[in-house]
Design a protein around this ligand. Structure first.
Ligand SMILES: Cc1cc2nc3c(=O)[nH]c(=O)nc-3n(C[C@H](O)[C@H](O)[C@H](O)COP(=O)(O)O)c2cc1C
Length: 184
C-alpha cells in the first residue's frame, strides 16, 4: 500500500539560478519535496527518484529546448524505460526563458513526451490569470498550460518575478493533490 504522504522529487538543472529559484517555489507548494540538482546527484538522489510518487522536471530553455546538461540526466534515467520502472508516477515540468514566449513551449513538449515514454502521468498547472481573470494578478503571465513557464526577472536579485513564483508554488500544491488522488 502506498504511503499516505506522497514522496515528491523536483529534479532540475540551473545555469544561473533562475530555474533553481522556480524549483524552490514548486517545492514550497509541494512540501515536503526533495530538490535534486542534476549536476550533483548522489546514489540517494537516484534512489529517491526511483521511489518517488511524483517527479517534476525543471530546466531552462536553451535554444528552444531543454538544456544539454538536463538532457544528459534524462538520458541516464532512460535506463528505467525498458522495464517502465517510472510508470504511473505523476510527472510535471517547468522552464525559464529570457523571453515571454522564448519557444518555452517546445521545452515543455520535450519533457511531456519524455514522461509519456516513461509511462508517467503528466499533470499541468491550472492557473488562469489576467486578462481573463483579473483577480489573479501576475499568475500564469505566459498563459502556459502544459507546464509552468517563467520569464527571467529584470531584477537580478529576484531572478523570477513574484507572479511566476506564485504560479509555481500553486503548481506544487496541485502536484501533491494529484499524487493523493492517483495513489489512494
Ligand atoms: C545557450 C542558451 C540558449 C538560450 N536559449 C533561450 C531560448 O531559446 N529562449 C529563451 O527565452 N531564453 C533562452 N536562453 C535564456 C535562458 O533561458 C535564461 O537566461 C534562463 O533564465 C536561464 O535559467 P538559469 O539561470 O536557470 O540557467 C538561453 C540561454 C542560453 C545560455
Amino acid at each position: 500500500m502506498k504511503s499516505p504522504d506522497p514522496a515528491i522529487a523536483i529534479v532540475y538543472f540551473t545555469g544561473h539560478g533562475h530555474t533553481r529559484r522556480l524549483a524552490e517555489a514548486v517545492a514550497e507548494g509541494a512540501a515536503p519535496a526533495r530538490m535534486i540538482d542534476v549536476e550533483s546527484m548522489s546514489d540517494a538522489d537516484w534512489a529517491a527518484l526511483d521511489a518517488a510518487d511524483a517527479v517534476v522536471f525543471g530546466t531552462p530553455t536553451y535554444m528552444g529546448s531543454s538544456a544539454a546538461v538536463f538532457d544528459g540526466f534524462l538520458e541516464e534515467a532512460a535506463s528505467r524505460w525498458e522495464d517502465q520502472l517510472w510508470a504511473d508516477k505523476i510527472a510535471g515540468g517547468f522552464t525559464v526563458g529570457t523571453y515571454p514566449a522564448g519557444d518555452k513551449l517546445s521545452t515543455l513538449i520535450r519533457l511531456a513526451v519524455y514522461a509519456a515514454q516513461m509511462g508517467m502521468i503528466w499533470v499541468g498547472p491550472t492557473e488562469i490569470g489576467p486578462p481573463v481573470n483579473p483577480d489573479n494578478p501576475g499568475l500564469n503571465g505566459d498563459g502556459s498550460n502544459l507546464g509552468v513557464t517563467a520569464t527571467s526577472s529584470r531584477d537580478k536579485d529576484q531572478l523570477i518575478d513574484a507572479g511566476d513564483l506564485e504560479t509555481a508554488r500553486r503548481f506544487g500544491v496541485r502536484i501533491r493533490a494529484a499524487c493523493k488522488r492517483w495513489t489512494r
